[in-house]
Design a binder for this molecule. Structure first.
Ligand code: SF4
Length: 147
């Protein structure tokens, strides 16, 4: 079993109420080979919601209390992102998932690249909060762009 970002299988859970549909990911879910999760919704954020970025580091830094997640209105949403990551991890572990395929560049799901916190569409290398928590708990995290 693997976990996939829910937006990749067509769930309209993205911050702007849209999906990031990738047919291959939807097929994994339909075949019972993958479980969709949306950490940001699991953390209690609504859809649609303000876009958020990690300021001062990446997902590992957020988990370590060295960086924050902030939305484009200046609201701190770090706790909701961490709660969502923990909920997603709980689901992944309950399902026995050893691998996750997550949406690149998301502040939750990014696995090699995220936005840099300036809300200028600039990117930096690093992982999102959920990707970081998954990696620390032995789940192999891959980007949908590497599939
Ligand atoms: Fe997709 Fe992850 Fe963002 Fe949810 S948190 S919309 S699953 S990228």
């Amino acid at each position: 079993m693997r976990v996939v970002s829910a937006c990749l299988m067509g769930c309209k859970c993205r911050y702007d109420g849209n999906a990031n549909y990738v047919e291959k990911m939807a097929r994994f879910v339909e075949a019972g080979k993958a479980l969709p999760v949306c950490p940001e919704q699991l953390g209690g954020l609504s859809t649609p919601r303000n876009p958020a970025e990690i300021v001062g580091g990446d997902g590992f830094d957020v988990l370590d209390g060295k960086a924050r997640v902030v939305d484009n209105q200046g609201n701190y949403v770090t706790d909701l992102f961490i709660r969502g990551a923990e909920q997603a991890l709980h689901i992944a572990q309950a399902a026995g998932a050893k691998e996750a395929i997550l949406k690149e560049r998301s502040p939750s799901c990014g696995s090699t690249s995220i936005y840099d916190g300036s809300f200028s569409k600039s990117k930096r290398s690093g992982v999102g909060v959920t990707a970081a928590l998954f990696i620390r708990n032995g789940i192999v995290v891959r980007s949908e762009e590497s599939q």
